[in-house]
Design a protein around this ligand. Sequence first.
Ligand SMILES: Cc1cc2nc3c(=O)[nH]c(=O)nc-3n(C[C@H](O)[C@H](O)[C@H](O)COP(=O)(O)OP(=O)(O)OC[C@H]3O[C@@H](n4cnc5c(N)ncnc54)[C@H](O)[C@@H]3O)c2cc1C
Length: 526
Amino acid sequence: MSKQAFVIVGASLAGAKAAEALRESGFEGRVVLVGSERQRPYLRPPLSKDYLRGAAGLDKVYVHEESFYDDHAIELRTSTVVERIEPASSEVVLSGGERLRYDRLLLSTGAAPRRLSIPGSELDEIYFLRSLNDSERLRERLRRDGRLVVVGAGWIGCEVAASARQMGLEVTVIDPGSVPLEHVLGAEAGAIYQEIHTDQGVTMLPDTRVESFEGAGTVQRVRTAGGRAIECDFVVVGVGATPNTQLATGTRIEVNNGIVCDELLQTAVEGVFAAGDVANARHPLYGPLRVEHWANALHQGPVAARNMLGGGDPSDRVLDHPVAYDRIPYFYSDQYDVGMEYTGHATDWDEVVFRGDVQGREFIAFWLKEQRILAGMNVNVWDVPDQIQALIRSRLRVDRDRLADADTPLTELAPDLQPREPQTPAGAAARAAAKAGAGKTGEQPAASPSRWSQSRGEVEVEDVVSALRGSGVLTHARLVEVCEAAHWSDHGFKRALDNAISTGRVRRLGDDLYEAAEAAPSLRTG
Ligand SMILES: Cc1cc2nc3c(=O)[nH]c(=O)nc-3n(C[C@H](O)[C@H](O)[C@H](O)COP(=O)(O)OP(=O)(O)OC[C@H]3O[C@@H](n4cnc5c(N)ncnc54)[C@H](O)[C@@H]3O)c2cc1C
């Protein structure tokens, strides 16, 4: 029985999934999950969508059942703030002065909404949206009707505007960009969202800065830099978020747009890890990358957990091989009847290629640099993120005309990519699972029931299987890449898989990979 204590600060999606992964990996030491909020870990995406509109209940929001934490001997400490870290003594100090010793520490403290410091910011009826409490307050306000001004046309601003319109309110959206979501999607694709909102009756005010809020005690109008006054009953400010890095102050943990960590999600201080919105992690494809999205929190938590299990006292070590976090960023948004998934990361591109019916809002947009796909966004088209991911990872140049041609299968765009049989759940299904409160799942399937329970081999095989599933196609190059990213040292297994693939034995992922793995003697015994 391990005597180690692992402390997770931030009872968030990343934190909860890390705690779950620690137990799943067989860690038997103490796991303490500390969170400043009153509720047990929950998912934030519904807070601006169906939960906000009253179309989904709390059951859709929580990451785990209430009993999960006790059942797994996870000490969940809600309404508890970690005031500071003392790395010299490996302790965290809680509000109230209690000290908790840790052998490993995970920081999953997330992000906080950016505030505006303009005149009138202190007036009543100005809302922000980050927490469940925020969403409940705003939900109550939306039910009372009135004229809403949304400041900021990012994802949260756009989703709140859509929810409010769906509830019949009068909505104006103000943003300094020329179109909504401009900083992520650029002008061309952002213009589509502009149209979606205006079609629904939202007044969009692009190229507009807010100068002040005015009113007597309660906000009554929003004054723009151009001097225009927009009368309103309440305001929602959605102008981005800043990572909660305060705990790093006074320690050697490096902060630069989040908590800086390596590919293994370890910070500059050994034994201290970071995951989720707060982590600025070195990504094998993108370099330093901080991602404020659900899927990133969902998957970084378990990777951090796995790496927390390496090293230290050999008798307490559960896993030996660290795992690099190399997932391609993925997120989704729902506005009215327009659902989208965005895969990749594009900040600088040569052109955006559209495929499908843009007018009918069933299309895929691709962001290309030097003919290589950096990112893809599928709008009301489903089951393609795996293929988009494979194209991004391949870094192969694509023919833009064929890319634009919806009749050319995506899998034929690059010579190395093979069509695969459907084996992962649809992106839409995974998103539905997320909406249904499934921090329990991800955009990837739960691993097949394992035949090697309790063995070390099981965990490693599942990592590789899920990485391969995520890649969308099973090529020799991808297999080698995944095994290397997993610091896979078992060449026997790699060879067995190799062999199975080259002889055509592996037609499906999952069970067939397990079958191939079973043929590897070194893993059978665990
Ligand atoms: C309204 C809304 C809608 C969203 N919609 C989408 C979407 O549609 N698609 C998508 O991909 N992403 C969406 N996101 C983003 C996604 O929810 C976040 O990326 C995700 O929640 C990040 O999770 P996390 O685990 O990193 O941290 P968080 O969820 O931010 O949680 C961090 C937790 O740590 C706690 N904490 C911080 N400091 C301390 C401390 N010192 N002591 C104790 N506890 C502390 C905080 O109180 C908080 O509970 C949305 C976010 C919001 C707010």
